[in-house]
Design a protein around this ligand. Structure first.
Ligand SMILES: NC(=O)c1ccc[n+]([C@@H]2O[C@H](COP(=O)([O-])OP(=O)(O)OC[C@H]3O[C@@H](n4cnc5c(N)ncnc54)[C@H](OP(=O)(O)O)[C@@H]3O)[C@@H](O)[C@H]2O)c1
Length: 280
């Protein structure tokens, strides 16, 4: 899909942060965008901003973890635009807390949103792309898909899973002309931290013996704020992947993300953990 003009791109998690910036950027490039998330008011405001006539934009509010909502999303997109050229799997959130203190149900919820719903939505759009011999799937992973941290193992594991799924799918779909890429954002200023705090409040209220780790984690987040990127840094990478006939398997950004990933690749695990103060 070298040119984006007229292409239909479905973006999950478009009500804020990276998804919202991606929708804006792709719409500016001439794409028709399908905006999905739960917060209807936010999606409608974005749609009005992108195209007040509503001709090139569609809002479909729903919960990505609901099978019925996923089906409605794809059906509505096809009804309005006739096809889906690209899917940007972006919706996600983080659960934090010491593994022993987070109920399995909460762990399942995080995997349900970040992994299973993403797989299921992908299953809904792939057959038509495969039959047309054209299409693109862009998954929003994370540096956390390569680097797992204390008190974040649940979220980080969801993003590790996404790495494997993306690699496998890329090989499966290559013979059919469907491209698959993974984006690994570093720390980006969005509503992500607020959403993670909200999802994890009860597990973080009393971290008990993990208090020193938690203090380290908070300090680390504060430090990272200084180098944090903006959502458009990642939207730019999504656009780059979508515009390419042969996208890179992985894109990472902003700059600090590349450095973290390079160090992770270069250094022995013990040295890396020590350097990042991941070790108690
Ligand atoms: N910010 C970072 O530092 C960072 C770093 C690496 C990776 N990422 C990844 O980037 C992606 C976007 O995150 P963000 O930073 O832009 O955070 P964000 O501002 O919190 O956006 C998350 C989006 O996901 C949607 N979402 C969450 N749960 C959903 C559900 N059950 N059903 C439908 N939509 C749902 C939210 O919409 P509603 O609440 O309206 O449903 C929202 O639009 C995530 O996959 C995240 O893991 C972020």
């Amino acid at each position: 899909m070298p040119a984006l003009a007229g292409q239909v791109v479905l973006i999950t998690g478009a009500s804020s942060g990276i998804g919202e910036a991606t929708a804006r950027r792709l719409a500016r490039a001439g794409a028709k965008v399908v905006l999905a998330a739960r917060r209807l008011d936010r999606l409608e405001a974005l749609a009005r901003e992108i195209d007040p006539t509503g001709v090139t934009v569609l809002v479909v509010a729903g919960d990505i973890t609901s099978e019925a909502d996923r089906r409605v999303l794809v059906t509505e997109a096809l009804k309005k635009f006739g096809r889906i050229d690209a899917l940007v799997n972006n919706a996600g959130f983080g659960t934090r807390g010491a593994l022993e203190m987070v109920p399995v149900e909460a762990i399942r919820r995080n995997f349900e949103t970040n992994v299973f719903s993403l797989l299921a939505l992908t299953q809904l759009v792939v057959p038509a792309m495969r039959e047309r011999g054209n299409g693109c799937i862009v998954n929003i992973g994370s540096v956390a898909g390569k680097i797992a941290r204390p008190l974040s193992s649940i979220y980080d594991a969801t993003k590790h899973a996404l790495e494997a799924f993306t690699d496998g799918l890329r090989g499966e779909l290559r013979p059919f002309g469907v491209r698959v890429a993974l984006i690994r954002p570093g720390f980006i200023q969005t509503e992500f931290i607020a959403a993670a705090d909200k999802a994890s409040d009860q597990y973080l209220a009393n971290v008990g013996p993990y208090a020193p780790f938690w203090a380290d984690t908070r300090a680390g987040v504060q430090k990272l704020r200084r180098v944090a990127g903006v959502p458009d840094d990642i939207a730019r990478l999504v656009e780059c992947a979508l515009r390419s006939d042969n996208p890179a398997p992985r894109y990472s950004g902003p700059f600090h993300a590349k450095i973290f990933l390079l160090l992770k690749w270069l250094l022995p695990d013990r040295v890396f953990e020590y350097a990042l103060r991941l070790k108690k």
